[in-house]
Ligand binder design. Structure first.
Ligand code: OFO
Length: 172
């Protein structure tokens, strides 16, 4: 069973994941139009993952006797100054999701709802991974600075990251 507080908090999380899904889709589109195909592939994949995060929550809420609310969404930001701003926003977005997950975990402990607490551990691990990835990419971009050929290689590099994560997932 879900208390009203936990059900509302899970529904709020559904909206956050859905907004992240659309935000990353808009990022993918921005990158694709400019010609950063590696970066576009990365954000198309991130967007797909956020949809999965949202769906897992939707199904969980419904299975636990609650009702998942499918939210209306904010229009995502559609233009970026450069890759630094793009990936800076990616990190900020993930940090905001982490904060929300942490608060949810805290609420489940307050209510001694260990079923929901247990379910959320997957999200805790996922957020740690995503934040680490965003920071690694931002570090690379800092090294590259404004160097054009470095940016070109970065875009190719990111294709490699996407291919590697797809390979890892296939082996899981
Ligand atoms: Fe689901 O927000 Fe990160 O990955």
């Amino acid at each position: 069973m879900l208390s009203e507080t936990i059900e509302n908090a899970l529904n709020k999380q559904i909206k956050l994941e859905a907004n992240a899904c659309m935000r990353y889709l808009a990022m993918a589109t921005w990158a694709e139009v400019i010609g950063y195909n590696g970066v576009a592939g990365f954000f198309y994949k991130q967007s797909d993952e956020e949809r999965i995060h949202m769906l897992k929550l939707v199904k969980f809420v419904n299975e636990r006797g609650g009702t998942a609310e499918i939210p209306s969404l904010e229009a995502p930001k559609s233009t970026y100054k450069d890759l630094h701003e793009l990936f800076g926003n990616f990190l900020e977005s993930e940090e905001a999701v982490t904060e929300s997950i942490n608060h949810l975990v805290f609420q489940t402990l307050e209510e001694k709802n260990y079923t929901v607490h247990n379910f959320l551990q997957w999200y805790v691990a996922e957020q740690a991974e995503e934040e680490a990835l965003a920071r690694t990419i931002l570090d690379k971009l800092k090294i590259i600075g404004d160097d054009k050929s470095g940016t070109y290689l970065f875009d190719k590099d990111i294709e490699g990251i996407v291919a590697q994560t797809e390979l890892n997932e296939a082996q899981e």
